[in-house]
Write a protein that binds this ligand. Structure first.
Ligand code: AMP
Length: 304
């Protein structure tokens, strides 16, 4: 497996792949890789002849300096995990330094309106500007055919899909279902920051989603429609029962806008149930998409 650290090396390597007629998939990550990332890589190897995994803890998307400082980093372990995944497609790692990505303070920032006002965008000022800008840079550096993003970060996926569409970037964005541990907790690099005592509280997020999901289904079965505000209230009430979990938000939103729909939602529409909360100092997020059979099933399988 190749480790690339400079933009010039990436361009040379990817240029060689292109001349050989190979297609390219990019998997952007911040490292501390786990089974969620592995699933993205597997999806990438299914679509493209070559895969490039970027590992970059992007400082501009952190709204809290302590979160940035605590973020787990272990490039050697990441490369070991990736080498066990190398299947059909060769995998290269792009692990640039902060100086390589930001040699001088950028004057250009990618900002999306409205889509970033809610959920994590409301709780973490500037976060999605940092995400949108670094993703745009990575797409410019690698110029992949495909870029893989987890549905676990549902608002991020919506932001990336929209920016690619708005800016006519020549890449196909692929959303990949959420991977969960046996206790239903979505795998996350930040889970490693939890103590064994804190782990049960993390389950509160996926359990809260399950309660919301079932309430949506009940409402659709009984009334044919559901109100987003009612589901949010049910989820908020349930989350309170989890000791050690401090809820940031629980919302039911339209996947296209990431805002709660004002009108009742019928069973032929879709809703994203999204939660975020703190366990100690660790902020965790999770979501489930209702009305898209795949995602609902995954959550139920994980929790039953
Ligand atoms: P991160 O390294 O946390 O920035 O995540 C890199 C990519 O992996 C993002 O597209 C995430 O949505 C995705 N990802 C992280 N955790 C999971 C998970 N449990 N299931 C699926 N995708 C995930």
């Amino acid at each position: 497996m190749q480790r690339l650290t400079t933009i010039a090396e990436v361009r040379r390597t990817v240029g060689g792949w292109r001349r050989d007629g190979r297609t390219i998939a990019l998997v952007p990550t911040m490292g501390a890789l786990h089974q969620g990332h592995a699933r993205l890589v597997a999806a990438a190897t299914q679509r493209a002849d070559t895969v490039i995994v970027s590992i970059f803890v992007n400082p501009t998307q952190f709204d809290r300096p302590d979160d940035l400082a605590a973020y787990p980093r272990d490039l050697a372990a990441d490369e070991r995990l990736l080498s066990t995944l190398a299947g059909a497609a060769p995998i290269a790692v792009f692990a640039p330094s902060v100086e390589e990505m930001y040699p001088r303070p950028p004057l250009t920032h990618v900002h999306l309106d409205t889509l970033t006002n809610s959920l994590c965008g409301a709780s973490r000022p500037g976060h999605f500007d940092g995400v949108a800008t670094v993703v745009t840079k990575l797409l410019g550096i690698v110029a992949p055919d495909y870029a893989m993003f987890g549905r676990k970060d549902r608002q991020q996926l919506a932001v990336v899909e929209r920016l690619v569409d708005d800016l006519n970037l020549p890449v196909t964005i692929v959303g990949v279902p959420t991977v969960r541990d046996d206790d239903g907790v979505a795998t996350s690099s930040r889970n490693g920051l939890l103590t064994a005592d804190q782990r049960p509280a993390a389950q509160g997020l996926s359990r809260t989603l399950l309660v919301g999901l079932r309430r949506v289904r009940d409402a659709w079965n009984q009334q044919g429609v559901v109100r987003a505000a009612d589901i949010a209230a049910v989820m908020r009430a349930h989350a309170q029962d989890w000791p050690g979990l401090r809820l940031d938000y629980a919302q039911a939103v339209d996947p296209a806008t990431m805002q709660p729909p004002a009108a009742p939602v019928s069973a032929d529409q879709r809703l994203v149930l999204a939660v975020a909360g703190f366990v100690g100092d660790v902020r965790l997020i999770d979501n489930v998409e209702v009305g898209v059979v795949d995602d609902e099933d995954l959550l139920e399988v994980a929790l039953t």
